[in-house]
Design a binder for this molecule. Structure first.
Ligand code: TIU
Length: 222
């Protein structure tokens, strides 16, 4: 299969490719979570939900592997470096009790993936203590066991957890493509800059494409 992408076409085989949705959890997308405690306007992020839902539905229908991640810490915060917890001046820190439960703690209401994109049976769900999806998760081994070499990315936020995960994937030998309308930042200029820097220099980190290009590729193959 082939996606019309930037800076050039992206070729992949469905059975060797996973769709990865990064941190589409209430903490970042709804008021009262980690994103808002950092001082961000979280309302910007929900705009990508319809396109992401459509891409997920098409990918599931094609039979592709889906990976969901959550930025999540253990209840005792043993996997949260003090440097991360104490950084800056948030209104609530990681582990503090907020309106959606303890901030960024696994199992709390705020840590759940939003209903529109909820995982289904057979999909991989990864709790990650860092910004990148490979750090301290075992995900690389899981993907290797399944023969995955190509990763399509969506999720939030573009320049933080998505970009970190794409760069980690690139260094591990995966070909990554970011779905442009399935990712968002609290800072539109940072999103634009991230898309540019990923695909610059002949896809130095990876590719980008609108989700319509993925849907077209899946339609053509069907
Ligand atoms: N603050 C921000 O933009 N993002 C994060 O803290 N985590 C993710 O990107 N998931």
């Amino acid at each position: 299969m082939r996606i019309e992408a930037n800076p050039f076409a992206y070729a992949f085989e469905l059975k060797h490719t996973a769709l990865v949705l990064i941190d589409m959890q209430r903490d970042f997308i709804e008021p009262g979570g980690f994103g808002e405690t950092l001082g961000n306007d979280v309302s910007l992020l929900e705009a990508i939900v319809p396109a992401t839902k459509a891409a997920l539905a098409a990918w599931r229908k094609a039979g592709g592997l889906v990976v969901h991640t959550r930025e999540a810490h253990k209840a005792d915060l043993s996997d949260c470096p003090p440097a991360k917890r104490h950084r800056g001046n948030p209104s609530l820190r990681i582990g503090d009790e907020g309106p959606m439960g303890r901030i960024l703690v696994a199992g709390e209401p705020g840590n759940q993936i939003i209903d529109a994109l909820a995982p289904v049976e057979g999909e991989i769900v990864i709790d990650k203590p860092g910004k990148g999806m490979f750090y301290a998760t075992g995900l690389h081994e899981l993907l290797q066991q399944r023969g995955i070499t190509h990763l399509l990315f969506g999720g939030v936020t573009t320049e933080v957890c998505v970009q970190t995960s794409m760069r980690e994937a690139n260094d591990r030998g995966y070909d990554g493509l970011l779905l442009e309308d399935c990712t968002e930042s609290y800072f539109p200029a940072f999103k634009a800059a991230t898309l540019d820097m990923i695909r610059a220099q002949g896809a130095i980190v990876g590719w980008t494409a609108p989700s319509a290009a993925l849907l077209a590729a899946l339609d053509n193959a069907a």
